[in-house]
Design a protein around this ligand. Structure first.
Ligand code: SAM
Length: 287
């Protein structure tokens, strides 16, 4: 089978099947072999690995993954792509194609079925309309995943990696950094895709933490505080928290807890580190 990252081969497959791109599925297929090589290198895949690919499209990246991994399980929502994938990936014995919506798939079940319950590596050129639910779903549902290497919108990659006090820092930065160590691997311009997306893209590698970098008594409260802080990010933190409707939490209690921690009660959430949010959550959970 021809290598699909080369534009003329991709066009030939699309024409053969008279495939029509579906905007609602975020279909922008990769047509740049050097980007494909960088993604696979960053994912650090070997014969011992089982890779979950989300949205294989016509199988372009799947071919690269199948060359290095022991096993690839690819989940594609668009039924029209399934017969195409069956042809483009026919020569790979280590690829399983599944038709489904990744947001509804039991990923832990896939890890059990295809990898004896051991963690999967997730690699994808993600559909941008559901980037955050996919990534947060992997983290929050405690799915067995050791690393996530994905193409996302450039701004989203920057937000995931952002540090306190920067304009990109927010709830997504804290959530991602609670579960993983993010590293932007490459910036990718629109001309590397067919059709071209309206936005710039970036490949980000998230190395999943075995234990979170901070210890906290009540994880749910930690994320409630983070969400509340950034829902009203221009407000001072005690005001933002008091306005969020967290049961039993007043502005005065938040201000006092901050002062006890040696943090000025005039601080805004955008200056608080993950460790500081964790300390605040611990103070407030015994209130
Ligand atoms: N991996 C291919 C590539 O790099 O050329 C295609 C990437 S394209 C950006 C995103 C792919 O995800 C499309 O094939 C699309 O149909 C698929 N997709 C969109 N929503 C999905 C979902 N909820 N579950 C599984 N696949 C989905």
């Amino acid at each position: 089978m021809a290598i699909l990252g080369i534009p003329r081969n991709t066009i030939a497959v699309l024409q053969k099947y008279q495939f029509h791109f579906q905007k609602k599925y975020g279909q922008n297929f990769l047509i740049d072999t050097s980007v494909l090589e960088r993604i696979t290198r960053a994912a650090d895949i070997g014969p011992e690995d089982c890779v979950l690919e989300i949205g294989p499209g016509i199988g372009t990246m799947t071919q690269y993954l199948a060359e290095s991994a022991g096993k690839v399980v690819a989940v594609e929502i668009d039924r029209a792509l399934i017969p195409i994938l069956e042809e483009t990936l026919a020569s790979y014995r280590n690829v399983t194609i599944l038709h489904g919506d990744i947001l509804k798939v039991d990923i832990s079940g896939l890890a059990k079925e295809y990898n004896g319950g051991r963690p999967l590596k997730v690699v994808a050129n993600l559909p941008y309309y559901i980037t955050t639910p996919i990534i947060m779903g992997l983290f929050e549902k405690n799915v067995a995943v050791s690393g996530i290497t994905v193409m996302v919108q450039k701004e989203v990659a920057e937000r995931m990696q952002a540090q306190p006090g920067t304009k990109d820092y927010g709830a997504l930065s804290l959530a991602v950094q609670y579960y993983a160590r993010p590293r932007i691997v490459a910036n990718v311009p629109p001309n590397c895709f067919m059709p071209r997306p309206a936005v710039g893209s970036a490949v980000i590698h998230l190395e999943c933490c075995e234990v979170p970098p901070v210890e906290v008594k009540d994880e749910r409260l930690l994320f409630e505080l983070i969400r509340a802080a950034f829902n009203q990010r221009r407000k001072m933190l005690p005001n933002a928290l008091a306005g969020a409707g967290i049961p039993g939490l007043t502005k005065e209690m938040a201000a006092e807890a901050l002062r006890e921690l040696g943090i000025p009660d005039t601080i805004r959430g955008e200056r608080m580190s993950l460790a500081e949010f964790a300390m605040l959550a611990d103070r407030l959970c015994t209130r």
